[in-house]
Ligand binder design. Structure first.
Ligand code: DQA
Length: 142
């Protein structure tokens, strides 16, 4: 099962970026954890990160064209702003699971709204790097 793991803006700085909120794992650490867990779950991981909204849109389309089983999407701040990502999720048939390291509902009010969540199959948030592993388990079971 091919699982795309798409990461949005500023997540390339993970590990150094506000570690009190996002933890000390880097995105490479998370990729390694996912690949390892993926072996047990029969999932192949395609891990990507971009600071550009359009790349994330293109990659959602690509996941569909590639016959991906599921997408895990941490859209970073685009979660709270991007109608384009909402439309892209609606435009594909591949189920998308929304992922966050932090729990946005405990944070500033502007983070309470998620455009991604309006079309996601489900959301996992608040467990740090483990959010990704929980989302992979959910994806494998779809
Ligand atoms: C985040 C939460 C977003 O509100 C924030 O803009 C991020 C990271 C998370 O994983 O907790 O960049 O998506």
């Amino acid at each position: 099962k091919l699982v795309y793991v798409l990461n949005g803006p500023n997540l390339n700085l993970l590990g150094r970026r506000e570690p009190g909120i996002y933890g000390s794992h880097t995105l490479d650490d998370i990729a390694a954890l996912l690949v390892e867990r993926g072996k047990d779950l029969d999932c192949e991981i395609e891990m990507r990160q971009s600071n550009h909204e359009g790349h994330l849109v293109d990659w959602l389309h690509e996941a569909q064209a590639d016959g991906a089983h599921a997408v895990l999407l941490n859209a970073g701040a685009y979660t709270h702003t991007s109608v384009a990502l909402l439309d892209a999720i609606r435009a594909i048939e591949v189920p998308v699971i929304e992922v966050h390291l932090s729990n946005p509902h405990t944070r500033e009010e502007f983070r309470h709204k998620s455009w991604i969540g309006m079309a996601a199959r489900g959301t996992i948030a608040g467990f740090g790097a483990k959010s990704y592993l929980l989302a992979l388990e959910a994806a494998a079971g779809l």
